[in-house]
Design a protein around this ligand. Sequence first.
Ligand code: NAP
Ligand code: ZN
Length: 346
Amino acid sequence: MTKAYAAQDPSSPLAPFDIERRAPGPQDIQIEILFCGVCHSDLHTARNEWKNTLYPSVPGHEIVGRIVAVGDQVKNFKVGDLAGVGCMVDSCGHCPACGEGEEQYCDNGFTGTYNGPVFGGENTYGGYSQSIVVKESFALHIRHDEKDLAAVAPLLCAGITTYSPLRHWKVGPGMKVGIVGLGGLGHMGVKIAAAMGAHVVLFTTSPGKIDDGRRLGAHEVCVSSDRAQMAARAGTLDFILNTVAAPHRLDDYLQLLKRDGTMTLVGAPAERHPSPEVFSLIFKRRQLAGSLIGGIRETQEMLDFCAQHGIVSDIETIPMDYINTAYERMLKSDVKYRFVIDMATI
Ligand code: NAP
Ligand code: ZN
């Protein structure tokens, strides 16, 4: 029996719930979970905001821990190693996307770490639990110093979800990049874009985050409710990464892009954004795009990039039974900048 925390329906608080993990198969590793980050997607899922939740729901896809068992065909991990698990635990393995290491775009649908399945027939349970069993091909090596382990956990979702589009749109020196929203994803976006050499402009609705934005690596911070500050930046950005978890006017940001600039949405609000004006796009041939987490190979690349650049998440470590309060605080943007559950407290 494995101790976990689950939502049983959209409105009840998360509460203790025992689950059964499979015995490790030949290609599986078993991880004792030490820390698990709290992503806004966990909240969207626990509360069925995307209308696709399978209950009981055990959220958590920013998992780090220590390997306690390996199957006899496992090649790249051994007992005692630190390992991570992000948002996926399986994919079909044979479609073009899987062939290119982009399992998140698997044509047959990847299996989420929680709220699966596509393969296997039962609901997958995530990282708000003592342990997880996962195919080694979906596990990640942690090369950060062990003392930073809790702060590494959020890289498994917030890190890769921002790294992947920043790489895909070739962010680097000489580019002006906007990051919209300073939450879990946004603060990783600021750190990673700055480490990639871009000039980073943070857009926040929270005037109280200006100093933090600069400390985290933003070269400029713009309070998005200030029309003059926004107008001063019209047509100046090459790329915008929008991490906001609530519906808002996309035109306000599209007008900041240069000719041929792109704004990529990673935030996934429960309600629709108002449709942007066609004119926001056609006059400067601007593009509006989206991006979903990142593949396993790229997730390892991101972890290694962050280890090399000394990047971890800014976290507030919490006990497991604080999770319902943590969700309420996350909704008020009252977290600097990611809650991480200490799984010893479950
Ligand atoms: P978070 O920590 O709650 O951060 C969201 C930030 O958005 C807030 O800190 C706030 O920043 C801003 N914000 C919130 N409400 C707003 C509003 N009404 N208007 C304007 N700005 C608002 O959430 P997160 O964990 O970073 O996740 C962000 C979103 O990304 C969620 O919807 C999540 O489900 C989604 N997500 C997507 C992927 C993917 O693969 N695409 C992966 C993970 C998560 P300021 O205070 O700075 O304005
Ligand atoms: Zn996430």
